[in-house]
Design a protein around this ligand. Structure first.
Ligand code: GLU
Length: 493
């Protein structure tokens, strides 16, 4: 019998969706998509102090923007809900009670201060700290329960998982890392229910993954040391653990953990900066995985068809911004213009786009997109298409528009070219511009082009000139040429 593939992403809403979590989500999503499985979103919000609604919202929005739609989750529901841990507290209590009943868990009446003292003692003796396990003993536990805490209050117990002293090594077969072993003697009896009645991560995650019938847990390597704790809980609950796949971490180019110090770490910040969600997704897909067909730029559908956990590497992946820029630039250059216009609009809010037809806006974006890497470079790339005037700064005037030749070019351009040119199509303008250039010989083509471009756009580089003229339209071009002519100091021949 083959079991259904059910995978999940289980973010804690204690921050904006992090690049690393997005990568984990993507790997889970691709695995589900490629194997006819289900991708589940579970919000791990039991840390009530640190969890915030604004982060949950950001997680939803960022995952959606990346195209990682879940099949089951807090908003869409599903057979195994609720999908927010804060709504599952009675479920954890019920399963915790079962473990007490079977002798796998016991109440611990030590206060935090007492535990801290035990830890300090261990440190002073240079021993690794593990909980002493004294509350395993019923008589000790009951006596301690009666003793008031330091502040005189009644002790509130936590619940600990009892790791049998003779448990020895725990081994599991990780789908990325192969056989992994932990010496359970080094892992103390850990808390499964805190004294405030909320479950610990290691317990809640097992109860949820078990009840939600998760088949594969694909997550960051930083969780690997939690896995033995989780496996023993599965054993105690007589449940089969899921398959585990621990993915190598994402590091910054300096090979330290990727953090704010290296720049943005939230997916939404990258999107704000003008990275296309599909480019960002493509980039993070390559952080620890590579498509067997070697085609590094592709859609999620294309990647999903080839995605196997065996191809994930356990070595760390380096977050190379240049590669992200490369992918983003490439997608900007090749994406359909309609889509480019729709993703560009939020970046161009300062301009009145309505003054142009969709055809002209498409042509404008097409004409400027070549050197663009991120969308927030667009306003600067298109700003000379807006407003009546362009700024002709002194340096430009001095370098390009001064002297007899530029003045002559612009005069002839005004009187010979603009007076007759047909501005109804950019192709006819291109031909006319060519003829015009020939007619001005021996003045060099470069001088002619520079002078006109400088006069019309205020720059020496930019979009194709005939397209620029066509988009701007005759009236604006005439006005700008007049303004530039007034600035040229040479006298026409
Ligand atoms: N809430 C955990 C995290 O955000 C989930 C870890 C897991 O996938 O088990 O890291």
């Amino acid at each position: 019998m083959t079991t259904e593939i059910r995978v999940r992403i289980a973010p804690s809403p204690t921050g904006y969706l992090h690049v690393g979590t997005a990568r984990t989500a993507l790997f889970n999503y691709l695995y589900a998509q490629g194997h006819n499985g289900k991708f589940i979103l579970r919000i791990e919000d039991t840390d009530l102090e640190r969890s915030q609604e604004v982060y949950t919202k950001n997680i939803f929005e960022s995952l959606k923007a990346l195209g990682l739609q879940w099949d089951e989750g807090p908003d869409v529901g599903g057979e195994y809900g609720p999908y927010a841990q804060s709504e599952r507290l009675p479920i954890y209590r019920e399963w915790a009670e079962k473990l007490v009943g079977t002798g796998h868990a016991y109440y611990c009446y030590h206060t935090q201060a007492e535990l801290d003292a035990e830890r300090e003692q261990a440190q002073a003796e240079k021993r690794a700290y593990i909980y002493s396990g004294s509350c395993r003993d019923a008589a000790f536990r009951e006596a301690l329960a009666q003793k008031p805490a330091d502040d005189g209050s009644q002790r509130r117990p936590s619940l600990r998982f009892h790791i049998p002293q003779d448990r020895g090594a725990l081994t599991f077969n990780d789908l990325v890392r192969g056989e992994v072993s932990f010496d359970m003697a080094l892992i103390g009896d850990f808390v499964i229910m805190k004294s405030d009645g909320t479950p610990s991560y290691n317990f809640a995650v097992v109860v949820d993954d078990m009840l939600m019938k998760i088949s594969h847990v694909i997550r960051g390597e930083d969780h690997i040391s939690n896995t033995p704790r989780q496996v023993v809980v599965y054993e105690a609950l007589n449940a089969t653990p899921p398959r585990f796949a621990h993915v190598g971490m994402i590091l910054a180019p300096d090979r330290t953990k990727l953090s704010k110090r290296h720049g943005a770490v939230a997916v939404s910040d990258y999107i704000k900066q003008g990275y296309l969600p599909e480019a960002f997704c493509n980039f993070i897909a390559l952080l620890g995985w590579s498509p067997p067909d070697g085609e590094e730029i592709g859609t999620l559908e294309h990647f999903a068809k080839q995605f196997e956990l065996e191809r994930i590497t356990h070595s760390p992946a380096i977050f190379e911004k240049d590669k992200l820029n490369f992918i983003n630039g490439k997608l900007i250059r090749t994406m359909p213009l309609e889509r480019l216009l729709s993703v560009a609009k939020p970046y161009l809010h300062e301009f009145d786009l309505n003054q142009y037809s969709a055809e002209k806006l498409h042509m404008m974006l097409d004409a400027v997109r070549e050197p663009i890497t991120v969308l927030d470079e667009l306003p600067d790339a298109v700003n000379y298409f807006f407003g009546q005037k362009v700024i002709l700064d002194a340096q430009l005037v001095g370098e390009v528009l001064t002297g007899a030749e530029p003045a002559q070019v612009l005069e002839r351009f005004r009187d010979g070219f603009l007076a007759n040119a047909d501005f109804n199509a950019s192709e006819t303008l291109a031909l006319a511009l060519k003829e015009f250039t020939n007619s001005l010989k021996p003045i060099k083509t470069k001088t002619i082009m520079w002078s006109i471009r400088a006069a019309v756009t205020g720059r020496t580089h930019g979009a194709d000139l005939s397209k620029t003229l066509y988009i701007l339209g005759k009236d604006v071009v005439c006005q700008r040429v007049e303004t530039a002519l007034a600035l040229t100091t040479g006298s026409p021949a």
